[in-house]
Design a protein around this ligand. Structure first.
Ligand SMILES: Nc1nc2c(ncn2[C@@H]2O[C@H](COP(=O)(O)OP(=O)(O)OP(=O)(O)O)[C@@H](O)[C@H]2O)c(=O)[nH]1
Length: 927
């Protein structure tokens, strides 16, 4: 509600310093950052800490499947904040599409000076606007807000932050809802700005319209800046000015500074304008504006502090505004402060990005501030009138259209006249009014904007304020008792465990007490169910009548209002007395109501802490799950090498089989050759051995073995084993790379440089002793065949050496005795003395055969072992490689889990301490 009387702003208007977050007067959040923040963070407010945010890509337990809490506020939406002072860069599609350097320039501009980019969509083809919007979105990213003028459809299609509507454009609510439907996963409400050209439309757009900021076209008015002063004072949302009043084409530095200093939140510049300013000029400009504004803030703090001192020491005397505060209560306050300060540390550790923590920080900072009674309800329900009636003076504006657009604090101040008030705008955007109403000595009363879906901005303001209140007066209008949106809002208040007292206002509208009773029982019945309690407090009142009576009573010398009430025993006004009675009994700490007030006051920060705690616990639980999942994923990947080893073992069987069968084939061929060579009938051989001597000639069989069998067989086997070794190495290298990639892909945000790994790590993928190749390399066809020849020669010599060649009839033997047995028989016949020697021939031949078999088998075994060892070496190397590569990921997950479990313990300690504190507070009794 805008106060009616003598609204006094600080010496210089500070609208450029508005901050829309709920924050108390003298808040600890009054930082000296160069710019007040209206900007939303680029991430959801209840997001996880940086490591856990990396886990968003992780595994099935990741947030894909579990929606993280978006914000503590209802509907999951937050109002976006706009940083001021700031520049708005206004572009035409042509600026973006036809100018090659534009995007680079815009990129630089949004990284430094520009907080809002507006693309004109009104003119030109939709296709070009869309194309330009897409390019802009890609460049601007989340560094500035991108708004599309007049094209809600394009804004929605490119995922812009909002729209700018002309004076005659769509209603803000329609534009916002259309955008919201398309940005279903966004935490932030879409921005809706209005271009206005007159102070009337500026006021209208900022209040009932619910625009988030204004673009004010100053036009060619000569005294535009002076005319704007009134607008700056009355409009509570940021105003960015389009300056057409300059003589020059582009506003000069001095002109810009003047606009900012006059109270505007910023200036709208074209691409051309902005290009004319150098970085140095802009930087100096921001510094100047900041210094001036900051000084202004400091001054306003000093002013407010002085005002505090002026108001006297009543706030200091009664800690938390309590009367008769005993030492016990003071101790409790101190204890609560210390418990909550520790809790804040734990919450910040558990969820560093949780913005709502500022609620708790503020609540702790205000722990010994006066009791806070907030009047809430739908717009037009009569909240301001109820407050005026309580205060006995028309301090706040009343009206049939939404009139309260800001959180308005009413605080006590000794002022000379009863109807006087002094209001100041706090840099956070809240209005603080100092009034001489006695009830304010003991409590601060807060008028809040009406809740209603149409007034989204106002609704958010109230919702965000609710957690801070110690008691809510929920004003319901008699002409619409308990609407659906009231029920929703009521449910929301219960999330913060707020004590609610219902005020059924405008009960004068009922014809008779029966109607009133019916309405009361309807509301009570339903709220009992909603609040899950039998204890519903409801006061039917007619605030307007009471206020009128009080006002006339004060003019009626000596006649007190209560006397009038009693005297006239008018139900329409007397019930208001009960409400006042309730409030006054609340003020007395020696009564049980007073004690309840103390409990409520102490309970407010605890309720906030509990919600933070639940949010942190939920996050912590999810983070723990995700860390556990990470850990087991890392272990699974590392362990999966075993499967690879088994696969390799299976596949290597066929390699070994091929090698062995090559050896077998060679063996068979050699054996065949032996069979055919070592025959008694093979007189050519015999004769050449016996007649020509040992070294004179080479057996034909020997050269066959060397050239046709062993030589090619060894070469083939060498090739085979070469392929085998390559197969092992390339598999290892490929698998190694794949493992590394799978770690990197799974945890893209954790990067380990190769320096993190021991030097020989990558060598592991190449390293191999190549035992199989070495084994075959030692085998020479020449040497083997020579050895074979020696063996054969020995057999022949030992057999025939004693007989002499003459004893043999070559023609006879070769023609009729083809087989070994027959050989023997023939030889037996030929020579009785040679029989023994010859009879040993088959055994000797068998000896060679056995030897060849044994040699071949041994070779097979040797190669098989060597192949097995090569396989083992490669797979062990791969296992080692994957362990080395995976270890940092596993360690990171383990460390994260350990830290999260530590935080979990701390959170559970906080829960325990809060519980104990709550029990202590509940045990407070009237002494
Ligand atoms: N009949 C009747 N009208 C009332 C009563 N109290 C307030 N009104 C009227 O209701 C309208 C709204 O009153 P406000 O006090 O401005 O309501 P509000 O809830 O503060 O409105 P917002 O600030 O816009 O949310 C005004 O026209 C009041 O005169 C009452 O007791 N009886």
């Amino acid at each position: 509600m805008i106060p009616l009387l003598s609204l006094r702003f600080p010496a210089s208007p500070s609208s450029a310093l508005f901050h829309f977050s709920p924050s108390p007067p003298f808040s600890s959040r009054f930082t000296k950052s160069p710019f007040r923040r209206f900007l939303p963070p680029t991430k959801p407010s209840l997001s996880t800490n940086s490591f856990s945010s990396t886990s968003q890509q992780l595994g099935p337990q990741g947030p894909q499947n579990q929606q993280p809490p978006r914000t503590l506020f209802p509907g999951g939406y937050k109002r976006p904040e706009i940083k001021v002072p700031n520049f708005v860069l206004q572009l035409d599609p042509n600026d973006v599409l036809a100018d090659d350097n534009a995007l680079d320039f815009i990129d630089k501009a949004v990284s430094k000076w520009v907080g809002l980019v507006v693309l004109n969509g009104g003119e030109g083809s939709g296709g070009r606007v869309y194309e330009a919007a897409r390019s802009l979105k890609a460049v601007v990213k989340d560094r500035a807000y991108l708004l599309i003028a007049e094209r809600v459809d394009i804004a929605a299609a490119v995922g812009a932050s909002g729209v700018v509507l002309s004076d005659q454009g769509l209603p803000a609510i329609v534009a916002r809802n259309t955008m919201m439907d398309s940005k279903s996963d966004s935490v932030f409400l879409p921005l809706v700005a209005r271009t206005v050209q007159s102070s009337d439309s500026a006021l209208n757009a900022s209040s009932s319209e619910g625009a988030d900021f204004l673009i004010y076209d100053l036009g060619q008015e000569e005294h535009a800046n002076t005319a704007m002063k009134a607008v700056y004072e009355n409009v509570k949302i940021p105003i960015f000015v389009v300056n057409n009043n300059s003589q020059a084409e582009v506003p000069s530095y001095t002109e810009l500074t003047k606009i900012f200093k006059s109270g505007a939140s910023g200036v709208v510049l074209s691409l051309e304008d902005l290009r004319l300013f150098t970085d140095d000029v802009l930087s100096e400009f921001f510094n100047t504006v900041y210094t001036t504004n900051n000084k202004r803030q400091d001054e306003s703090i000093v002013e407010l502090e002085m005002a505090d001192i002026d108001r006297g020491s009543h706030q200091k005397v009664g800690v938390a505004g309590f009367i008769k505060v005993e030492d016990r209560e003071k101790q409790l306050i101190e204890k609560e402060r210390s418990v909550l300060t520790k809790a804040i540390n734990v919450f910040q550790k558990a969820s560093p990005l949780m913005e709502e923590i500022s609620l708790l920080i503020d609540a702790v900072a205000q722990i010994d501030e006066p009791f806070l009674l907030a009047i809430v309800g739908e717009f037009n329900s009569g909240k301001s009138t109820v407050i005026n009636a309580l205060l006995g003076e028309r301090y706040l504006t009343e009206g049939v259209i939404p009139t309260t657009n800001e959180i308005t604090f009413l605080r006590y101040s000794e002022l000379d006249r009863k109807d006087m008030q002094r209001c100041e705008r706090h840099p956070d955007g809240q209005l603080i009014c100092y009034l001489p109403a006695p009830i304010l000595k003991e409590m601060n009363i807060v008028d809040t904007p009406g809740t209603n879906v149409i007034l989204q901005r106002q609704q958010r303001l109230t919702e965000e304020f609710v957690p801070r209140a110690d008691l809510l007066f929920f004003v319901i209008s008699a002409d619409r008792p308990l609407t659906e949106s009231e029920v929703t809002f009521l449910r929301y208040t219960q999330q913060w465990k707020k004590k609610v007292v219902f005020v059924l206002n405008k009960s004068d509208l009922y014809q008779n007490t029966q109607e009133l009773e019916e309405a009361i029982s309807f509301i009570k019945e339903n709220t009992k169910k909603l609040l899950n309690t039998e204890d519903v407090t409801l006061y039917p009142v007619a605030a307007r009548l009471v206020l009128e009576e009080k006002l006339s009573a004060t003019s009626d010398v000596g006649k007190k209002y209560r006397e009038i009430v009693f005297a006239e025993s008018n139900w329409k006004t007397s019930s208001f007395y009960k409400l006042e009675n309730f409030l006054y009994s609340f003020l007395d700490g020696s009564t049980s109501r007073g004690m309840e007030r103390m409990k409520l006051k102490l309970g407010t920060p605890i309720a906030i802490a509990e919600r933070m705690l639940s949010a942190c616990e939920t996050l912590n639980r999810k983070d723990c799950e995700s860390a556990e999942q990470d850990l087991s994923s890392a272990n699974e990947i590392i362990d999966s090498v075993k499967e690879y080893v088994i696969k390799m073992e299976n596949e290597s069987i066929s390699w070994r089989r091929r090698t062995l069968s090559a050896i077998d084939a060679t063996k068979s061929r050699i054996l065949e050759l032996i069979e055919s060579t070592l025959q008694l009938s093979n007189l050519d051989v015999v004769a050449s051995f016996l007649l020509k001597g040992e070294s004179s000639t080479t057996l034909p069989a020997t050269s066959r073995i060397q050239n046709e069998i062993l030589g090619p067989a060894i070469a083939d086997t060498q090739n085979l084993l070469g392929d085998y070794v390559t197969w092992l190495q390339s598999n290892n290298a490929r698998e190694g790379r794949a493992y590394k990639e799978s770690f990197e892909k799974k945890w893209p945000s954790i990067t380990f440089s190769d320096k993190n790994y021991p030097l020989e790590t990558y060598e592991l993928l190449r390293k191999l002793d190549e035992l199989s190749l070495k084994a075959i390399e030692n085998l020479s066809a020449n040497a083997t065949s020579k050895q074979f020849e020696r063996e054969v020669r020995e057999v022949f010599l030992e057999t025939f050496g004693g007989l002499g060649a003459a004893g043999l009839s070559a023609s006879l033997l070769t023609s009729i005795l083809p087989t070994t047995l027959e050989d023997l028989l023939a030889l037996g016949l030929c020579s009785a003395g040679g029989f023994i020697a010859i009879s040993n021939f088959p055994a000797r031949r068998q000896g060679i055969i056995e030897k060849v078999k044994k040699t071949a088998d041994a070779l097979g075994q040797e190669l098989e072992d060597a192949m097995q060892k090569d396989l083992q070496e490669t797979t062990q190397n791969l296992e080692k490689f994957v362990r080395i590569i995976g270890e940092p990921y596993r360690d990171a997950a383990q460390n994260r889990l350990d830290k999260l479990l530590e935080v979990k313990d701390e959170l559970s300690n906080v829960r325990g301490t809060l519980k104990m504190l709550q029990v202590e507070i509940q045990n407070l009794h009237v002494s």
